[in-house]
Design a protein around this ligand. Structure first.
Ligand SMILES: Cc1cc2nc3c(=O)[nH]c(=O)nc-3n(C[C@H](O)[C@H](O)[C@H](O)COP(=O)(O)O)c2cc1C
Length: 369
């Protein structure tokens, strides 16, 4: 009897010793501290760009520059603390999507994760006929085989180049979800179902371009046994968000992490986000007030999300999430995955990854026996 060592994750010429990507978590939840800690343990750490400039003094007057400056600084801080693999998460729905991509590429980040929309049109400032020559890898995040098909077909046609990997995010994830509300609990849309469908879409492209394109599973993955299960279903790696909130290195305030420690299963709810997507969050008074019709007055200096109907929404989600990140959960709320209620203590990233690897290897032994 022998343990099966957890495999590495290859994305192009990058190789992570541990096939775990820490999902980008916006509005300051995953910045350089968490990112570098994960990269130092052999995983892929990811800085999220949504609302990254909110802590800059000129956020309200110079949004675009504030975001780029904050992103540049976080990338450099992360890089100063690790030689491991670091990524940046950029939501397609962000108004400054193009500028943030260009900034991250200029800074030489290893991987870009592009979610919350279909990344078909890349910035014209990139060398679009020579994407393969860039050191930075591109990994879209999808929630269906259909979305994967549209992206891969689009990239083949436009760029004669394919994404370097794809994250498949199922309906148990935290934050905004790429599903209709009624699909969230429908077994036909479970990660176990959509992951193999995406693998089937990617296979012919891998053959046609003689390129290996890892498929990464996300959403509700909590233990090493879960990682093992999704790797058996065709994933080459996993992306996890919720578990990384429960670490010392996570960039959120202690109050934010405590919301995870205190919540119960029934507190984790699906909300209608003002940006027009469902989202998963921890229920609190702020969210209850919103659902009972209370409107939180705010001024929008910059429409940060293309899909936000800012004149009619009851509150600014960027502001509410930033308040929570800073510890003010009376004027905001925490996004969280379906398993957040299982987080019962704060641990170091080293301990978390060590436990996940151990559980994975035990599970592989159990399955083989
Ligand atoms: C607090 C929080 C914030 C998130 N913010 C983003 C984001 O800005 N962009 C994004 O693509 N995904 C975001 N996500 C999704 C994660 O990157 C990840 O894919 C997801 O949480 C995986 O599911 P899990 O939390 O069950 O592990 C967020 C998730 C959480 C919990």
């Amino acid at each position: 009897m022998s343990f099966k060592k957890i495999p590495t994750l290859r994305i192009g010429d990058l190789e992570a010793n541990i096939p775990i990507i820490q999902g980008g978590m916006g509005v300051g939840i995953s910045l350089s501290s968490l990112t570098s800690a994960v990269a130092n343990e052999g995983g892929i750490g990811v800085i999220a760009t949504a609302g990254i400039g909110q802590f800059e003094p000129d956020w309200y007057t110079n949004y675009n520059e504030a975001n780029k400056r904050a992103l540049r600084r976080e990338i450099r801080k992360a890089r100063a603390n690790t030689t491991g693999i670091i990524g940046v998460n950029i939501m397609v729905a962000l108004s400054d999507f193009d500028d943030l991509i260009q900034c991250a590429v200029d800074e030489g980040v290893n991987v870009l994760f592009l979610g919350a929309g279909l990344p078909i049109g890349l910035p014209k400032t990139l060398p679009l006929d020579r994407l393969g020559e860039l050191a930075t890898k591109f990994v879209p995040i999808v929630s269906s085989a259909r979305a994967a098909k549209i992206i891969f077909r689009g990239w083949e046609k436009r760029y004669n180049h394919l994404p370097d990997g794809v994250v498949v995010e199922g309906p148990l994830a935290g934050g905004h979800l790429g599903f209709k509300k009624e699909q969230i609990n429908d077994p036909d849309y479970a990660l176990e179902k959509i992951l193999p469908d995406v693998v089937s879409v990617i296979e012919p492209y891998q053959e046609k371009f003689s390129k290996s394109i890892p498929v990464i599973a996300a959403g509700g993955i909590y233990t090493g046994a879960d990682i093992h299960k999704f790797m058996q279903l065709g994933a080459q790696g996993v992306q996890m968000g919720t578990r990384f909130v429960g670490t010392y290195e996570c960039d959120a305030s202690m109050e934010y992490k405590e919301a995870y420690l205190k919540c119960k299963k029934e507190d984790i709810v699906i909300i209608d986000s003002p940006v027009g997507l469902p989202g998963r969050a921890i229920q609190n008074k702020f969210l209850k007030d919103v659902s009972s019709g209370v409107k939180m007055l705010f001024k929008c200096p910059w429409k940060c999300l293309r899909t936000c109907d800012f004149k009619n929404v009851p509150y600014c989600i960027g502001r509410a999430l930033t308040n929570a990140k800073k510890g003010d959960l009376e004027n905001g709320f925490a996004f969280a995955g379906a398993n957040a209620y299982r987080v019962d203590k704060i641990v170091s990233v080293k301990e978390l990854i060590g436990t996940l690897v151990e559980e994975y290897e035990k599970e592989s032994l159990y399955i083989r026996a």
